[in-house]
Write a protein that binds this ligand. Structure first.
Ligand code: NAP
Ligand code: MG
Length: 403
C-alpha cells in the first residue's frame, strides 16, 4: 500500500440523518480514509444537532463553504409535523438545503450516473442529461386570489417615486381566479452565470428555454439576460471549449431533449425544472443514481445525493436487518467534492483517485454486483444482489486493483 493522498485545504463535511448517515460513515471507513489523509471541517447537520443549536450549525456550515469553496453534504431530514413529534423538536426547522441555497445563492444541477447495463427509458440517451433549476420566484412566490363574482382585476405597480401604472388583467363576468408572480433580474443573472460556468466546467452544451413568444415581457426578460450574458462574457470561452449555447422555446426544447443523445446541461425556469428534473430522473432509471451539486455564481460548490435519508431502510436497519441501500449517489457526492478540491488546489492524485473510485463503482454494477433497487432495472443475466456494506466492499476490491 502506497502512502495516503495528502490534502491542503479542508473540505466542508456536512453529516446528515437516518440511513444516509449510516452510508456516510461506511463510505468514509471503507473507501476514503484508507487512501486519503482526509482533511475536513466537520459540521453535523443531523436533526438532533440542528435542534440543539437552533439551526445555527447549518448557517455555520454554509459560511464555511464560502470560506473554503467546496462542501459535501449527506441527506438530511426536512422536519414536518411527524418529525417534530418523533425527535421532540423545539421548532419545525427549515429545510437545510433551502438555508444553504439562500446563503450561497446557488443553482442546483442534477445529473444521473450512467451504467451500461441499465438502459434509460429513452433509447437514444447515451450520455447524462443535467437539469439545472432556477430556484427563485415565479409560481413558487406567487400571490393568488379567488374571484367570487363579477369585477375587474388589475395589475398595479407603484414605483418608489410614487408613479402608478395600471393594466386590466380581466373583466370578470363571474367567478374565477387570478395570480401574480414575479422574478428579479439579479436572481436570473445569478442563475444564468451559474449555468454558463457549470457548462464550461464540465464541457457540455447548455440549453435554455422559456415561452417568450407568449410571455413577451416576463419570459422574454429571461431570454434577454441569458443571451446578453452569453454574447458579452461567455461566447468566446464556449467556442474555445468546443461547446455551444442554445436558446429555444420550451416545447421545442422538450422535443429536442427526447431525441438527443444526452450530454447536455438543460437550464430550466423554476416550474419547468421542478417537473423536468423528476421526468429526467425517472427516465434514467433510479433516484438512487442521481447526483446533485449546488453551484454559486461566485464559484462555490456543494455536492450531495439527490435522494433523501431513505427512512424506510433506516427503520429496518434499527431492527437489526441488513439493508440493501444504494450508496452510489452519496459516494459520487464525495468523489465530486474531492475532484473539485483536487482541481482547485492542484492535487492531481486527488483528481485521479476520484476518477478511479467512480470508475470502480460503475464497474462493480456493470459486472452485475448491485443493490436491490437496481436489480429490476438491470439487464445483466447473473446478477448478484448484495447488501449496503457488501456493495462498498466490492467497490473497494476493484478500486485496489487500479490504484
Ligand atoms: P427518500 O429518502 O429519497 O426515499 C424514498 C424511497 O426511494 C425509499 O424508500 C426507497 O424506496 C427509494 N430510495 C431512495 N434512495 C435510495 C437509495 N439510495 N437506495 C435504495 N433506495 C432508495 O425519500 P423520503 O423517504 O420521502 O424522505 C425521507 C427523508 O428525506 C425526509 O425526511 C425528507 O425530508 C428527506 N429528504 C432530504 C433530501 C436532502 O437532504 N437532499 C431530499 C429529499 C428528501 P424503497 O422504500 O421502495 O426501497
Ligand atoms: Mg418536484
Amino acid at each position: 500500500m502506497t502512502e495516503k493522498i495528502k490534502m491542503n485545504i479542508p473540505l466542508v463535511e456536512m453529516d446528515g440523518d437516518e440511513m444516509t448517515r449510516i452510508l456516510w460513515k461506511m463510505i468514509k471507513d471503507h473507501l476514503l480514509e484508507p487512501f486519503i489523509d482526509l482533511k475536513v471541517e466537520y459540521y453535523d447537520l443531523g436533526l438532533e444537532k440542528r435542534d440543539e443549536t437552533n439551526d445555527e450549525i447549518t448557517v455555520q456550515a454554509s459560511n464555511a463553504i464560502k470560506k473554503y469553496g467546496v462542501g459535501v453534504k449527506c441527506a438530511t431530514i426536512t422536519p414536518n409535523a411527524d418529525r417534530v413529534k418523533e425527535y421532540n423538536l423545539k421548532k419545525m426547522w427549515k429545510s437545510p438545503n433551502g438555508t444553504i441555497r439562500a446563503i450561497l445563492d446557488g443553482t442546483v444541477f442534477r445529473t444521473p450516473i450512467i451504467v451500461n447495463n441499465i438502459k434509460p427509458f429513452v433509447s437514444t440517451w447515451m450520455k447524462p442529461i443535467t437539469v439545472a433549476r432556477h430556484a427563485y420566484g415565479d409560481v413558487y412566490r406567487n400571490v393568488e386570489f379567488k374571484v367570487e363574482g363579477p369585477g375587474k382585476a388589475e395589475l398595479v405597480f407603484t414605483s418608489a417615486k410614487g408613479e402608478v401604472t395600471r393594466q386590466t388583467i380581466h373583466e370578470f363576468d363571474g367567478a374565477g381566479v387570478i395570480q401574480g408572480t414575479h422574478n428579479i433580474d439579479n436572481s436570473i443573472e445569478s442563475f444564468a452565470r451559474s449555468c454558463f460556468n457549470y457548462a464550461l466546467d464540465i464541457k457540455q452544451d447548455l440549453w435554455f428555454a422559456t415561452k417568450d413568444t407568449i410571455s413577451k415581457i416576463y419570459d422574454h426578460r429571461f431570454k434577454d439576460i441569458f443571451n446578453e450574458m452569453y454574447e458579452d462574457e461567455y461566447k468566446e470561452r464556449f467556442e474555445k471549449a468546443g461547446i455551444y449555447f442554445l436558446y429555444t422555446l420550451i416545447d421545442d426544447a422538450v422535443a429536442r431533449v427526447v431525441r438527443s443523445e444526452g450530454g447536455i446541461v438543460w437550464a430550466c425556469k423554476n416550474y419547468d425544472g421542478d417537473v423536468m428534473s423528476d421526468l429526467v430522473a425517472t427516465a434514467f432509471g433510479s433516484l438512487a443514481m442521481m447526483t446533485s451539486v449546488l453551484v454559486s455564481p461566485e464559484g462555490y460548490y456543494e455536492y450531495e445525493a439527490a435522494h433523501g435519508t431513505v427512512q424506510r431502510h433506516y427503520y429496518n436497519h434499527l431492527k437489526g436487518q441488513a439493508t440493501s441501500t444504494n450508496a452510489m449517489a452519496t459516494l459520487f457526492a464525495w468523489t465530486g467534492a474531492l475532484r473539485k478540491r483536487g482541481e482547485l488546489d492542484g492535487i492531481k492524485e486527488l483528481v485521479d483517485f476520484a476518477d478511479k473510485l467512480e470508475s470502480s463503482s460503475i464497474r462493480t454494477i456493470e459486472e452485475g454486483v448491485m443493490t436491490k433497487d437496481l436489480a429490476p432495472l438491470c439487464n445483466t443475466l447473473n446478477k448478484k444482489v448484495v447488501n449496503t456494506e457488501e456493495f462498498l466492499l466490492e467497490i473497494k476490491k476493484r478500486l485496489e486493483e487500479v490504484l
